[in-house]
Design a protein around this ligand. Sequence first.
Ligand code: IMP
Ligand code: MG
Length: 431
Amino acid sequence: MSVSCVIGAQWGDEGKGKIVDLLAAKSDMVVRYQGGGNAGHTVVVGKRKFVLHLIPSGILHGRECVIGNGVVVDPEQLFAEIADLEAKGIRVRGKLFLSDRANIVFPYHKALDRASEAARGEGKIGTTGRGIGPCYADKYSRSGIRVVDLYDRELFESRLRANVAEKNRMLGLLNAPPLQFREVFAEATAWAKRLKPMVSDTVTQVNDAIDAGRDVMFEAAQGALLDIDHGTYPYVTSSNSDATGVSSGAGVPPGCVKTVIGVAKAYTTRVGSGPFPTELDNALGAEIRRIGSEFGATTGRPRRTGWFDVVGCRHAIRTSGVTELAITKMDVLDAFDTIRICTAYRYRGKTLTSFPADLRTLENARPVYRDFPGWKTATTAARRLGDLPAAARGYLKELEKLLRCRISMVSVGPERNQTVLTGGKLQSATR
Ligand code: IMP
Ligand code: MG
């Protein structure tokens, strides 16, 4: 597999954590390249459940884990996550490396995230409140503070002083309380000491690993439809959450990734605001939410639910060059009489098969559905393709055809072993 990437092919929460954890068993290094503590990757190992936000899911297999330069890092959250993992017996020290070029999330970013959301009122994005947007905004306006900058005391102090003053003016306009420079400075100075052993020139580290022919896996957070460039802007996250972010977010050549695994649920969910053409804002949607335990891993918010959207997923496949798909939470559909796939949108008398940029179109587009008979059988014990009911295989086969992409894995439960490897045999599998 050499150099691969795992991305979410919908709006996040596709189950990337489980897939990365599985594939990490065969990887030497796992690298996060974008996003930050807004991510919530849930991994179940036996009776234990881990929720990872900043640390790559590869840590559970004791792999070398890298937080790349494209990630925005909240040290407070990182320390809490490390403490939690270590309390559960997972070794983090010596395994986790933090890019010296990564931008740092400060308390004022989180305060601004919340204050701007409150000010947006009805038009709110529904962010996770983790300071992601304001931190990336500082990065691109070139006033951000990177990990390496923490160790240049003079530069750090003057930059932080200017930033706190600027943010306090902004917070004032948003009727939010100001922060005290002294407090922020003291806290960040303590962070610098604790972070030091993890700080690394990860650009060199990751490129060296690739050059040496080691198995390197890039792990995305969020989903391709939340990508700042290719998603449902402005209802997106503030980074390139599709595979296009790998190169800039880790400092590796664009062509180095050979395998791109797109992870998609057998249905669709979205948390936060924004268009969602196949949304089921009804009892059926609530039933999917209940069976699928669709509540945010980071914020606990109920997720919006709906049928599988081929138009959105195809967009993700194309923009990220997805070479194979992992379909997750197949078992959640076990109980339904009819299962639907959206194959196109209808809008103003036209049939759309590519994902529109215009939000009004997306908001008002009517999904065109193809219906499938439910299999009404538990799939949770399936381990091979042949263990899946014929109707379930039929559903997957059709997805493969419509998406024009091979399905290599099907997940039928949270456990590591609740996974069917198709061996690429779906189309030829027995009926
Ligand atoms: P932010 O990334 O916190 O700024 O939030 C922007 C949008 O992305 C909101 O709709 C969030 O709900 C969504 N979002 C951010 N991170 C995740 C994630 O890990 N899974 C699913 N949605 C996310
Ligand atoms: Mg999540």
